[in-house]
Design a protein around this ligand. Structure first.
Ligand code: GLN
Length: 348
């Protein structure tokens, strides 16, 4: 599959719509000043093939996309015990809502709403210098140094009254161990990380590679953990619009109010789109359209992948997984493999 011309075509198609609709996040000056008329898109396949177009190397504030990597660190460090203080259900509420937290005794619905990410951050703060660990992980995953935007971090802290409320609320239920200020310092810095589409497409690569590092091949997470992050992205990764994303795009995605969206095509590729103007849901308006065009033109949606025949090696892996699980039987559809012609579909 020729990804480079496809990404260029998507950017060219959407350029005509730049600046027409949507609003750039305005809750802090550093985000309000970002020019709306920008769009970038980048992807990296499991084999390391890359393509990118438009403003794909411009650094932007990754905001809630950081919750993906906070969660990955939490899973790596805490394993199953991470879920003692965290749910796995879509919230159906705004990402910074307090309402549900009260009725559910301070237990956040999932790791991708603010309360959930703050709860994971608290567990990380108990273990190490979480700010540095997060930057080190991201820098390693995209093979380039990654930095905080200190101006954004300071603004997040100066205006993050709801996040302070969420953290204190959880603390009142005994669900935050550390000093609230110390936990939020890490959370606000995580929101203030600056990366480009290309860097994020690389950094998320472990999610399409069964948990393996995109450059070194080392296991960052187990295959099962990576699959579970994808499941959470699909159900909870795009605020209160996860249903709409599944309906229109059909890929696990994680968005941020900086206008970025990371998407995963399991076992194939990761991609990142960025355009700062947001829909009312808080997701990038043209980012959603770009992903919709991408899945429509490639057929790479998780609801279509079942129709794509898989190579023998992958079929054997899935078969052995099913054989391992006592409650599952091998599926007829995956025991009829046929090699794919495109190298894009050959894994690693
Ligand atoms: N910094 C924002 C917050 O904590 C992040 C929001 C987002 O991207 N959803 O509310």
């Amino acid at each position: 599959m020729q990804f480079q011309p496809l990404l260029e075509e998507i950017v060219a198609t959407l350029r005509a719509e730049l600046g027409r609709e949507g609003q750039v996040a305005s809750y802090i000056p550093a985000l309000a000043q970002v020019p709306a008329a920008q769009i970038g898109i980048a992807l990296r396949t499991c084999d390391g093939e890359e393509a990118h177009a438009g403003d794909s190397t411009t650094l932007f504030s990754i905001q809630s996309i950081s919750k993906l990597f906070t969660l990955a660190l939490g899973m790596r460090e805490l394993g199953e015990t991470l879920w003692d203080r965290l749910g796995r259900e879509p919230s159906g509420n705004a990402f910074n809502s307090l309402v549900q937290l009260e009725s559910e005794q301070g237990l956040p619905r999932n790791p991708f709403i603010n309360a959930g990410a703050i709860a994971v951050t608290d567990r990380l703060v108990s273990r190490f210098d979480a700010r540095n660990e997060l930057l080190a992980l991201l820098s390693s995953l995209c093979d380039e140094p990654v930095h905080f935007d200190q101006e954004v971090a300071a603004s997040e802290a100066a205006t993050g009254f709801r996040n302070v409320a969420l953290a204190n609320f959880m603390k009142s239920f005994g669900r935050i161990d550390n000093d609230v200020g110390a936990v939020l310092d890490v959370y606000f810095h995580a929101c203030a990380i600056r990366m480009s589409c290309l860097q994020l497409a690389r950094a998320a690569g472990f999610l399409c590679r069964d948990g393996a590092h995109p450059f070194t091949n080392q296991q960052i997470l187990t295959e099962k953990q990576a699959r579970r992050i994808n499941a959470l992205m699909l159900t909870c990764g795009t605020y209160d619009a996860a249903g709409e994303f599944a309906f229109r795009i059909g890929l696990p995605c994680k968005s941020g109010v900086g206008g970025g969206i990371v998407a995963v095509v399991p076992d194939r590729l990761t991609l990142c789109v960025w355009s700062p103007a947001l829909a009312p849901s808080g997701n990038s308006l043209l980012g959603m359209k770009a992903l919709e065009l991408f899945t429509a033109k490639t057929g790479l949606s998780i609801f279509l992948l079942a129709k794509v025949r898989i190579p023998a090696s992958a079929a054997r892996r899935v078969q052995s997984f099913h054989a391992d699980a006592s409650n599952l039987t091998p599926s007829a559809t995956i025991t009829q493999p046929a090699a794919r012609s495109s190298p894009v579909f050959a894994r690693r």
